[in-house]
Design a protein. Structure first.
Length: 134
């Protein structure tokens, strides 16, 4: 199913438009990355916080939906620790707790030197619907 999920998330138009690539995905886990360009910088020439949030949210989405069941975010929070350095950001999502309907995730965002720059926490509600993987 991992290849089906990878293909499914390649169709995410918004993630593609900001340059996010899914690197790995399996139920409860995902890794995504993006190359930082000038379009990702704010007025003070650092990566805009919304860019980092979007990368983390995409990894969260992939990890939580990789079971093949539709999961929708019901809560999300992000803490920023360091401004990113370099040209690559990596988000790694890991499931922390899960029940039949609710699951919680941590997503750590790293720069290319593997320094943690932010942590996103999120919670999903699992619907009865299955993903349309065809």
């Amino acid at each position: 199913m991992s290849n089906d999920i990878m293909s499914y998330f390649e169709k995410d138009r918004f993630a593609a438009s900001v340059g996010i690539k899914l690197v790995d995905v399996k139920p409860g886990y995902a890794k995504a990355k993006m190359e930082i360009t000038d379009r990702h910088l704010n007025a003070v020439d650092i990566v805009q916080g919304g860019v980092i949030f979007t990368l983390a949210d995409f990894a969260f989405e992939a990890a939580s939906n990789a079971y093949g069941q539709v999961a929708v975010g019901i809560n999300a929070n992000i803490s920023f620790f360091l401004p990113p350095k370099g040209k690559i950001l990596i988000a790694e999502a890991k499931e922390i707790t899960a029940s039949k309907k609710i699951a919680s995730y941590n997503v750590d965002i790293f720069n290319e030197d593997k320094e943690i720059i932010a942590r996103f926490t999120g919670m999903v509600y699992r619907k009865k619907d299955k993903l349309k993987l065809d």
